[in-house]
Design a protein around this ligand. Structure first.
Ligand SMILES: CC(C)(COP(=O)(O)OP(=O)(O)OC[C@H]1O[C@@H](n2cnc3c(N)ncnc32)[C@H](O)[C@@H]1OP(=O)(O)O)[C@@H](O)C(=O)NCCC(=O)NCCS
Length: 107
């Protein structure tokens, strides 16, 4: 959670699977905080926490039309893949993946 004097500016929610994937379920920054690097800092914080839990890679998904999320994840070095039927028959999703950056790496 990114908190400031004027309230919550952003948050990231995720977990680490037993097979070592740090999965980001939700990440969002407040409209007036976007483009300031906060999303990148939230990912870096998640990566650090996930590493402590034994994660070796990161994963997230988004809808095919979420061009902002796709551009954001590409900027953070994620590979992207459209997986047909990910969410059931005829429901594709974009799947992002990347190895966990080394400890102390700047995102
Ligand atoms: C996606 C989101 C979290 C990005 O947060 P942010 O704080 O604006 O991201 P940052 O400022 O840290 O940007 C990091 C990089 O991503 C790029 N980026 C972020 N949003 C972008 C957009 N809409 N279009 C193009 N590039 C974008 C930035 O240019 C930056 O690139 P750079 O560092 O190479 O210059 C934010 O736009 C958001 O909350 N969106 C709505 C919720 C959502 O779609 N979440 C993702 C669901 S999977």
């Amino acid at each position: 959670m990114a908190r400031a004097e004027d309230g919550i500016r952003g948050y990231v929610i995720g977990f680490v699977t037993p097979t070592g994937t740090g999965y980001v379920h939700l990440i969002a920054t407040r409209d007036d905080a976007r483009g300031t690097g906060l999303g990148r800092r939230l990912y870096a914080a998640f990566a650090q926490a996930a590493r402590r839990q034994g994660a070796q890679r990161l994963k997230a998904i988004t809808s095919v039309g979420n061009t902002g999320s796709i551009a954001f994840h590409r900027s953070l070095g994620f590979g992207t893949q459209i997986v047909e039927d990910y969410d059931g028959p005829g429901r594709p999703m974009v799947v992002f993946g990347r190895p966990l950056p080394p400890e102390g790496a700047v995102w």
